[in-house]
Ligand binder design. Structure first.
Ligand code: SAH
Length: 205
């Protein structure tokens, strides 16, 4: 397995059949997912660890973690996606061998999460509900000490200031450009290319 192979495999996952725009359902591009998964992998944060995929959607982040040897709990509010995640895991078994050590929990992620070693999240960016991603981080850091989370770069400083005040350390940032659908733009602009930053953060105990 290499980062490039992982990106190719993850690009074969099924996408949202009928995206719910209020829930900001938008899949992480497979290249971006593979980049942060590979980073977590080489830092020793996946193999043998319990990982949460918070707001799992079609499961790309958690499935990548499963492939790289983690036990994964998928948390998603939209019950329609349970079957899609299961189908996607089956699809990946045709590509690569890995253990089926996972659970899918249908619930609101902001209402509490099971304890784990690491969280991966591409949360709603807060286009529909202001600071929805901050509510995700709040829930995550009551359950796990460490997190990779995707955000609009425009909100990065607001979030990193807030994280610092919570005693959470910014370890690394990863810049990406996502091609977001119009429904996820604040002012329905024609331009779809949006700067996104993934934050790797840790709460020191
Ligand atoms: N993590 C996936 C999906 C990102 S889109 C990926 O990287 O491709 C954001 C996801 O969060 C959607 O699937 C949406 O249904 C889910 N979601 C939105 N609000 C939520 C909440 N309060 N609790 C749990 N999941 C939520």
């Amino acid at each position: 397995m290499s980062r490039a192979t992982l990106a190719v495999i993850l690009s074969k996952l099924a996408l949202f059949p009928k995206p719910n725009t209020t829930l900001e359902q938008y899949p992480t591009p497979s290249e971006a997912a593979a980049t942060i998964l590979w980073d977590a992998h080489i830092k020793g944060l996946l193999a043998g660890k319990h990982v949460l995929d918070v707001g799992a959607g079609t499961g790309i982040l958690g499935i990548g973690a499963l492939i790289l040897g983690a036990k994964v709990t998928f948390i998603e509010i939209d019950e329609r996606l349970k079957e899609i995640i299961q189908e996607n895991i089956k699809r990946m078994h045709e590509e690569v061998e890995f253990n089926d050590d996972y659970e899918i929990i249908i619930q609101d992620a902001t209402k509490g999460l099971p304890p784990a070693d690491l969280a991966l999240t591409n949360p709603p960016f807060g286009t529909k509900e202001r600071h929805a991603d901050k509510a995700f981080l709040e829930a995550i850091f009551t359950a796990t000490p460490e997190c990779y989370s995707f955000h609009k770069t425009a909100t990065e400083h607001f979030l990193t200031d807030w994280l610092r005040r919570q005693g959470i350390t910014l370890i690394q940032t990863y810049p990406f450009t996502f091609n977001l659908p119009k429904t996820m733009m604040q002012h329905q602009k024609a331009a779809h290319h949006v700067a996104i930053t993934c934050l790797h953060t840790r709460k020191d105990l």
